[in-house]
Write a protein that binds this ligand. Sequence first.
Ligand SMILES: *[C@@H]1O[C@H](CO)[C@@H](O)[C@H](O)[C@H]1NC(C)=O
Ligand SMILES: *[C@@H]1O[C@H](CO)[C@@H](O)[C@H](O)[C@H]1NC(C)=O
Ligand SMILES: *[C@@H]1O[C@H](CO)[C@@H](O)[C@H](O)[C@H]1NC(C)=O
Ligand SMILES: *[C@@H]1O[C@H](CO)[C@@H](O)[C@H](O)[C@H]1NC(C)=O
Ligand SMILES: *[C@@H]1O[C@H](CO)[C@@H](O)[C@H](O)[C@H]1NC(C)=O
Length: 437
Amino acid sequence: MLQRLVLLVFLLQCVFGEETCSGIVPMKMRAETISIVDFGGVGDGRTLNTKAFEEAIYRIEHLNRPGGTLLYVPAGVWLTGAFNLTSYMTLFLAKDAVIRATQDAESWPLIDPLPSYGRGREKPGGRYMSLIHGDGLNDVIITGDNGTIDGQGDVWWNMWRQRTLPFTRPHLLELMHTTEIIISNVVFQDSPFWNIHPVYCSNVVINNVTILAPRDSPNTDGIDPDSSSNVCIEDNYISTGDDLVSVKSGWDEYGIAYGRPSSGITIRRLTGSSPFAGVAVGSETSGGIEDVIVEHVNLSNTGFGIHIKTNEGRGGYIRNITVTDVNMNVVRIGIKIAGNVGDHPDQKFDPNAVPVVDGLTVKDVWGDNVQLPGLIQGLKNSPFTRICLSNIKFEVVRVQQVPWKCADVTGSASEVEPSPCTELATPYGPNLCANAI
Ligand SMILES: *[C@@H]1O[C@H](CO)[C@@H](O)[C@H](O)[C@H]1NC(C)=O
Ligand SMILES: *[C@@H]1O[C@H](CO)[C@@H](O)[C@H](O)[C@H]1NC(C)=O
Ligand SMILES: *[C@@H]1O[C@H](CO)[C@@H](O)[C@H](O)[C@H]1NC(C)=O
Ligand SMILES: *[C@@H]1O[C@H](CO)[C@@H](O)[C@H](O)[C@H]1NC(C)=O
Ligand SMILES: *[C@@H]1O[C@H](CO)[C@@H](O)[C@H](O)[C@H]1NC(C)=O
């Protein structure tokens, strides 16, 4: 039934011309359904259900039913510590089901740092496991009827504010080395750190989710595809305290050595609000990032509409990025492309490992109430090339003498208002702007 409905929606979208990539991972009906209640789960908001989740998932893993198993989480508040998923499973959150993280930070499990980061993102050494975690899996679906995964992040945000964090904060959901993932029709809220983190994954669909966190919550990125390929991020609403979507691929010498790029990323029909970036690439880009499409994005009350960020010591590359059809309303900087964000894992980075930034097209952008249209700061020993802007109009709050600030960059601009910097004076055309469709 669900499968047919999804197929129907997919076909309707095709017929009515709404482009979609969510077909890259087919939705699957599972042969068997079990409920968290069958494993002693109690949805009263007080009973700790970590054991119930572990036992249910242990059973899915070890019975390994052909066609996979759906773990049903009914309406109720299901308090739990961190747990691991397994392959060939669907975690289904019914309407009014809330999987809520315990705030007992002291007993939270620790795991190894990611090899492409060399250490925890915030603190040296290991890091707290994500609330919902998976490593080395195949075919994982997290969906439902708008149920909620609630990180109760404020204890972690307060530790960050008071500088008492012993290790890097947990994500709400992290899947590592996993292929065939669907995350849809659920709400993520109040993550301790980043919300959804697929890392070393391929074939990932994240659609029709809502991600919420207070505007002042630190580092609550929405979706961070990291060293992952074939990722489809469509029809999501995200409003958090940090970047809504940020494409990454490892950090300085660790990311360079690991060498796993992010590629084939589509971000489409995204709506939301952030004090930082609407859509970002970076700043961790050491494994390389290429072939990214961003389109139909509506942002309000946002720091930077589009933010490409990297640094010396990062190495890697950012290339073939196409951004089109973006509406911005009340933003600080419309388009920011920066090679000087700082932020190194340690002092062992190689300052000569400069990133290559080449082939970036931003087209059909409209912005109202914009403070600064653009800031493009390349690197002296690695100028950014083929940066192409076309059909962009920003209504600025106060007209500045220098609306675009640029350095160490070449490229082209056509029909851009206010008038862009002279660095972008090469005539616009298919040879220069290869990815300008
Ligand atoms: C979950 O998986 C990680 C490996 O990704 C492992 O280190 C950890 O011990 C597992 N935790 C539990 C509670 O099974
Ligand atoms: C999106 O999710 C909501 C529940 O969260 C559901 O009612 C709706 O049908 C979903 N839309 C699509 C296109 O799947
Ligand atoms: C799902 O829940 C979110 C958060 O409460 C809400 O904003 C959204 O409208 C809901 N979606 C549907 C389809 O009910
Ligand atoms: C963005 O806003 C425009 C204009 O209001 C609207 O036509 C479009 O459907 C919106 N896009 C999304 C993804 O909500
Ligand atoms: C640029 O990326 C798009 C989207 O992934 C891809 O279709 C296209 O082939 C890429 N272009 C080049 C020159 O690699």
